[in-house]
Design a protein around this ligand. Structure first.
Ligand code: GRF
Length: 216
């Protein structure tokens, strides 16, 4: 999988709210992003991202260790590697829906080997900090912003990077900074960063669509 078509054929992986996915769907509707949303896969049957997709008639699948149990599977804690049956099912579903670029949007599990092999350099993730700072296992959600404040950083931001087999370590495609303000709590910082996430993800995808960012 190397060449991309026009419009970009996107698949999403999400676990919870899906506000980043929504921002990308909105950018497509508004003509700011030349892409088609083909599928979202959620490992959480209650994910709001599933509802958001169904509202716009986009295929939405719940695939998890419940639907695809593995012998060695022992639950769904955050960041845990995917079991092989689930990894296989996800790769097959993405392929069957014609997905050529996978957008992780708040996906709380490590992407599986099979999916990585099927989409080399074609899986993106967004991280709510300026990687390599405040990344790695356990650095998700509010923990990231707590870490920024504890470190006394004067700025934080958003990183969009390619996914490889190490947490938050794939090549960086785009970054944008957000100031840390006096009196910030993890929650206020999270909200400010999330607003920028919603802009930067769609902008970065459009640069990929335009060939301004190459994934090969
Ligand atoms: C975002 O902060 C994103 O950076 C991180 O998880 C959060 C997902 O939010 N990976 P949402 O589900 O897109 O609302």
């Amino acid at each position: 999988m190397t060449s991309l078509t026009s419009p970009l054929q996107l698949g999403f992986l999400a676990s919870h709210g899906g506000s980043n996915m929504q921002a990308i769907l909105d950018a497509i509707s508004a003509g700011r992003l030349n892409a088609q949303a083909r599928l979202v896969i959620c490992n959480n049957s209650q994910a709001k991202a599933l509802d958001r997709a169904r509202q716009v008639g986009m295929p939405a699948l719940h695939l998890s260790s419940t639907t695809h149990p593995d012998v060695q599977e022992s639950g769904e804690s955050s960041g845990q590697a995917l079991g092989q049956a689930l990894d296989d099912a996800m790769a097959e579903a993405m392929g069957a829906h014609g997905v050529e670029l996978i957008v992780c949007a708040g996906f709380m599990r490590k992407v599986g080997k099979r999916l990585l092999a099927a989409y080399p350099n074609h899986i993106l993730n967004i991280h709510p900090a300026l990687l390599p700072r405040h990344g790695g296992q356990g650095m998700y959600g509010i923990h990231v912003h707590q870490s920024v404040l504890a470190a006394g950083d004067k700025e934080t931001g958003v990183t969009i990077h390619l996914v490889n087999n190490e947490y938050d370590r794939g090549p960086i495609l785009a970054q944008a900074a957000v100031p840390v303000e006096t009196g910030d709590t993890p929650e206020t910082l999270q909200a400010r960063v999330l607003r920028l996430e919603h802009i930067l993800y769609a902008e970065t995808l459009q640069k990929i669509a335009m060939g301004e960012i190459s994934l090969d």
